[in-house]
Design a protein around this ligand. Structure first.
Ligand SMILES: Cc1ncc(COP(=O)(O)O)c(C=O)c1O
Length: 429
């Protein structure tokens, strides 16, 4: 029976063609939205309609379709700006995904350090002994680009160590941040533990020492309302495909004065002001960062995804997913041989749960669940240092979205309770 907030998720499901199918003879229970979300028919239609009626290259060409496509592309930017509380659409840069957005910042700062960008970029220059701080819980996308930046600039790479459950505190961060910290980068919500970072306190710590605060909002922007100005951070990155939109489109938000100061990462067509055989000048942000032919239909579809999320109400989405996560935690706690990672039962976390099954590799857990039509993520979830710290090579992750129902969580819990018996581990120990 469908009750309470669950009845809304059942209504949303009807919009998602991919959720109507069977997998291995069972209705698909898609519990892998942390990796990528499914797309509602409204988003699929928006992209298709654009391609059928308006497809053209933007910001060049004098014909009607080119003008309409440019308008759609810039309207989508406005939609994103409104969605995240940006002061202006010019603060929104289209990227390929969150990984690309984070690389854009890191390589831009690297270029500033190489002397590119003129006097405005001086504030971004890193010197030997300056520190870049991340946490041990980061997704590789918010870790490797910073390691690389440290290697290229001579800055020191440091990290906030996590505790036994994979979480960390403001005090832990305070003990790593110093007067030399110039960049502080962390995930708003961990893709492994569901831990929600104490952004306010971190912004205060970072800004007190003059550091730029970079927020990886990949696992927050799709699931809870964010307001970049209220958060007080300096840069925010997220991906379209995790929020009902297409792959190939991501967002970088930055404070206008920082975007203006940041030298471009990629160079070529579309992002230039003038080019001679001797020198090139670049357009202002955001165009300065959007080199080459842009992903136009993807931006249009992402704007439609945002309208869908707005209509659903992110307050409800957050509440629904957090309730399901607590339900998963309570259910998993009742199954012998399972260790969940992240905040314990009852402590707020976002809508995902990762766990280790004693004696069974996560890949086997994933295959067993798949045979039941239940899709989960297995592996290190692009967070190898965190898994190493937790003492496991891999975990199984069940992650939810607005279309996830209680019934799917019940099926997941019932199947997971069978795993150890199926692999003969209960009997062997
Ligand atoms: C916390 C976090 N950061 C960054 C990323 C990278 O996102 P993308 O692969 O879309 O660039 C992910 C994706 O799983 C993530 O969960």
């Amino acid at each position: 029976m469908i009750t309470g907030t669950d009845s809304r998720s059942a209504l949303f499901r009807a919009d998602f063609p991919s959720l109507q199918q069977e997998v291995n003879g069972h209705p698909l229970a898609y519990l892998d939205s942390g990796a990528t979300a499914q797309r509602p028919v409204q988003v699929l239609d928006a992209e298709r309609t654009f391609l059928e009626t308006t497809n053209a290259a933007v910001h060049r060409g004098a014909h009607t379709l080119a003008a309409l496509a440019t308008e759609a592309y810039e309207d989508a930017r406005e939609t994103v700006a409104r969605f995240i509380g940006a002061g202006s659409a010019d603060e929104v840069v289209w990227t390929e995904n969150a990984t690309d957005a984070l690389n854009l910042i890191a390589y831009g700062i690297g270029n500033a350090t190489l002397g590119r960008g003129g006097p405005a970029a001086a504030r971004l220059v890193l010197e030997a002994g300056d520190e870049i701080v991340v946490t041990e819980a980061e997704h590789h996308a918010n870790l490797v680009p910073w390691q690389e930046l440290a290697l290229r600039t001579g800055a020191t790479f440091r990290y906030v160590p996590v505790r036994d459950d994979g979480t960390w505190t403001v005090d832990d961060a305070a003990s790593v941040i110093t007067a030399r910290t110039r960049i502080l980068a962390f995930a708003h919500v961990s893709n492994v533990t569901g831990f929600v970072a104490p952004v306010d306190e971190l912004v205060e710590l970072g800004h007190r020492v003059g550091a730029l605060v970079v927020l990886d909002a990949c696992q927050s922007a799709p699931h809870r309302a964010i307001d970049v100005q209220a958060l007080g951070v300096d840069f925010v990155a997220f991906s379209g495909h995790k929020m009902l939109g297409p792959t190939g489109i991501g967002v970088l938000w930055g404070r206008p004065e920082l975007l203006d100061a940041l030298p471009p990462f990629r160079t070529g067509g579309s992002m230039i002001s003038t080019v001679s055989m001797d020198e090139t000048t670049y357009l202002p942000a955001p165009q300065r960062f959007e080199a080459g032919t842009q992903p136009v239909s993807q931006t249009v579809a992402l704007a439609e995804a945002i309208r869908y999320l707005d209509a659903a109400g992110l307050g409800w989405v957050q509440e629904h997913e957090e309730r399901l996560a607590q339900k998963m935690l309570a259910g998993l706690a009742a199954i012998p041989g399972i260790r969940t990672v992240g905040p314990p039962l009852g402590v707020p976390r976002s809508g995902l749960v990762s766990f280790d099954v004693d004696g069974v590799h996560a890949h086997d857990v994933g295959q067993f669940l798949d045979a039941e039509g239940i899709a989960v993520r297995v592996g290190h979830h692009c967070a190898q240092p965190l898994h190493r710290r937790l003492g496991v090579t891999a975990t199984t992750r069940a992650s939810t979205y607005l279309y996830t129902t209680d019934d799917e969580v019940d099926r997941f819990l019932a199947a997971t309770a069978e795993v150890r018996g199926y692999f003969g581990v209960e009997r062997a120990r």
